[in-house]
Design a protein around this ligand. Sequence first.
Ligand code: SF4
Length: 189
Amino acid sequence: MTVLAPTRPRPTPELIAKYDGRAPRYTSYPTAVQFTPQVQEDTYRTWLEALPAGDAVSLYVHVPFCSRLCWYCGCNTRAVNRHEPIGEYVRYLLREMGMLEAALPTKLGASALHFGGGTPNMLAIEELDAIVAELRRMFDFEDGAEIAAELDPASLTRDWVLAAGRNGLNRASLGVQTLDPKVQEAVNR
Ligand code: SF4
């Protein structure tokens, strides 16, 4: 048996020059760079009205809070050490969902729901319950719809996992950049 060491591409000056620039992070569609000042409330309403009634949509809920910031992170998030800002955010989120419901031409199906962040498991259990209940009331979730959340194991509790299961979450996303404790410490993980 032969064990081969993984080959690591060495960064050459040409590669560094080639990729040393700004580019959109393709973590969402449309990407952030599409949201120019030309995209206004009317534009969004037009997009919503044009959604085909028979098609299921995918839903995304952003939770822009973390218990601490990892130094490499480029996500839209901030560190909080008390719950009040999260509670206030959830109140606004539920209001926004009401506005969304009023703007939709009909009750749509949903095939996917993703909680991203930030750290969605910063939500209190009753906040998670309220958001999922409201979305289930607003949309007809397909059987087998994928309901996912990005999770930070460092702040994840057993009660939160049980609440996630009770709410139908069936997929977890864990960002593991390294298992090396020295690197974890260096990047504030
Ligand atoms: S936990 Fe995730 S979202 Fe929060 S700072 Fe770290 S990498 Fe960014």
